[in-house]
Design a protein around this ligand. Sequence first.
Ligand SMILES: Nc1ncnc2c1ncn2[C@@H]1O[C@H](COP(=O)(O)OP(=O)(O)O)[C@@H](O)[C@H]1O
Ligand SMILES: [Mg+2]
Length: 294
Amino acid sequence: MQVNFEEVNFVYNPETPYENKVLKNVSLEIPSGSFTAIIGKTGSGKSTLIEHINGILIANSGSVKLNNFTIEKKKTRKENKLLEKNLVKIREKVAMLFQFSEQQLFANTVLEDIMFAPINYGISKEDSEKRAYELIEMIGLNKEYLKKSPFELSGGEMRKVALCGVLAQSPDILILDEPFIGLDFKSKNELMNLINKIYREQNITIVFITHDMEFVLKYATDIVIMKNGEVVVKTKDKDEFVDILSKEEYNLSLPEIIDFQNALKERGVVLSKLHYDYESLLKDIMSRLEQKNE
Ligand SMILES: Nc1ncnc2c1ncn2[C@@H]1O[C@H](COP(=O)(O)OP(=O)(O)O)[C@@H](O)[C@H]1O
Ligand SMILES: [Mg+2]
């Protein structure tokens, strides 16, 4: 599903002393099937932006289009009621995993938690249960986990279960707002691999807010940088992205893999290109070593 922001302006607490103009004339296309990373300093408006995709927030002016459906402020009560009704359907297709998604868990068992959304959207109990069994396996947890209380699990496991919970509704778009916050290195990598697996195996669009430039470089197909409520960069070009990070203009850190390649360059090692992941970098270094040994 494609998303189009058209001249979106959003103000928190309008016409009060707390008025805060957060999104400023944002126009942005999120292509269907993309893995779009949204990055930018804390407070730049990333969460506010993505909450417009399923109508949690509605623009004060401008609109958000999802395929043929438009989310925008309506004038009459009747129109607003109809919009609310349609948003229920939209939210089935646009799933959102918030920061600290373990807080989205609530049921007595993992099974009930995963089955909640599909049942809520009118899928039979049988099919919802089947889906829960498939999903728990897909995320690499034993099916015994379905009987456990979600609150017995480790932090990383809870996030995985929360992810199952939103995948159970078979969304077209999966929005992840800083999904790794507070996780240790291992859990973070596991969850990232899982998200990438979902992206590769399911026909899904991913919108991903993160501060992890390493993952952006490795997995994103489209990169969006926000600053002070505006989209200041939109690119598919990773070399351009690295250039932008190097300039420190947006206060974003350079991934370690780029620092490492810069260090090699300084020592006179010539690589075939700039690498975005370690496997590819390692292959390049190995082939250079082999050439040397011949
Ligand atoms: N519920 C809210 N009420 C008022 N202001 C808010 C609210 N949520 C966020 N803001 C403000 O909006 C701005 C953007 O916040 P946010 O979208 O959360 O940015 P990010 O996700 O990039 O950190 C910040 O100045 C923040 O203080
Ligand atoms: Mg945020």
